[in-house]
Write a protein that binds this ligand. Structure first.
Ligand code: ADE
Length: 281
């Protein structure tokens, strides 16, 4: 009966950003609850190149959740609970250099957290589900993104004749407002490449669960500090994203296909030797 049907599982996950509210054809919709509350939406399970993929619209379908209201802990937990171990995180960003104009694809290798007040850890000292008090857990974030995931994303973009920017720093602001010109110029002066609102704590929470996480940052505007930039509107962000969403989907499919089937990256070893209380699920 429907009551005893096993929950469908997936190995790969995609958390879609502004303008990417559906990814896969032929999906099974799965509502997942978590100890942290409900994720942004149902998870949509399908297949890409023979691999089971779960898609989650980051802002909910219809874009009802602003970046600071997203339950990032529930989102990553929900994906992991279905078996997902590798996550791609496409997002819309502003370019912080004139040469990173709209339509540029950046695969960052670092981020800077300029958010405030977001719940950004699973390891907040509360008792484990079995009642034990956990050890204090500090995960390494020196290299926040999966090297295998980045390699696959870069190769997928090049295969699609979309020369990506390999590396760079994504500065994540609290939002939901955009940056002042002074803030934006300061980001540029620090050598940072692109600015967004959702990259943190998404990458941190993935790492805390031992998941691989790769950011694919699509530039939708030149942020307010770049001289040629006019400042930015949400309508502009959505319009540019919409113009690029087909090739982004193609790149995501190819990147998923290229993810290794066995993991031995820094992410897969993030929890080695730590008493996290996470089970095998
Ligand atoms: N997302 C898209 N463009 C952005 C910008 N300029 N600043 C912050 N987040 C963004």
């Amino acid at each position: 009966s429907a009551d005893t049907a096993p929950t469908p599982r997936a190995e790969l996950g995609v958390i879609g950003g502004s303008g990417l509210y559906a990814l896969l054809d032929d999906v099974t919709e799965v509502a997942v609850d978590t100890p942290y509350g409900p994720p942004s939406d149902s998870l949509f399970l399908g297949e890409v190149a023979g691999r089971r993929v779960a898609f989650l619209p980051r802002h909910g379908r219809g874009h009802s959740l602003p970046p600071h209201r997203i339950n990032y802990r529930a989102n990553l937990w929900a994906l992991r609970s279905l078996g997902v171990r590798q996550v791609l995180g496409p997002c819309a960003v502003g370019g912080l250099r004139a040469e990173y104009g709209p339509g540029t694809l950046v695969v960052p290798d670092q981020f800077v957290d300029r958010t405030s007040g977001r719940l950004q850890t699973y390891y907040d000292g509360l008792p484990l589900p079995d009642g034990r008090i956990p050890e204090v857990v500090h995960v390494s974030m020196a290299d926040p993104y999966c090297p295998d995931g980045r390699r696959s994303a870069l190769a997928a973009a090049r295969d699609n004749a979309w020369e990506p920017v390999d590396g760079g720093t994504l500065v994540v602001i609290e939002g939901p407002r955009f940056s002042t010109r002074a803030e934006s110029r300061w980001f540029t002066a620090n050598g940072w490449s692109v600015v967004g609102m959702t990259g943190h704590p998404e990458a941190v929470l993935a790492r805390e669960l031992g998941l691989c996480y790769t950011s694919l940052a699509l530039v939708t505007d030149l942020d307010a500090g770049v001289e040629t930039g006019e400042g930015v509107t949400h309508a502009e962000v959505l319009a540019v994203f919409a113009r690029n969403v087909d090739r982004l989907r193609t790149v995501l499919f190819k990147a998923l296909e290229g993810l290794p089937t066995a993991r031995d990256c820094v992410c897969s070893h993030a929890l080695d030797g730590l008493e996290t209380g996470l089970t095998g699920v």
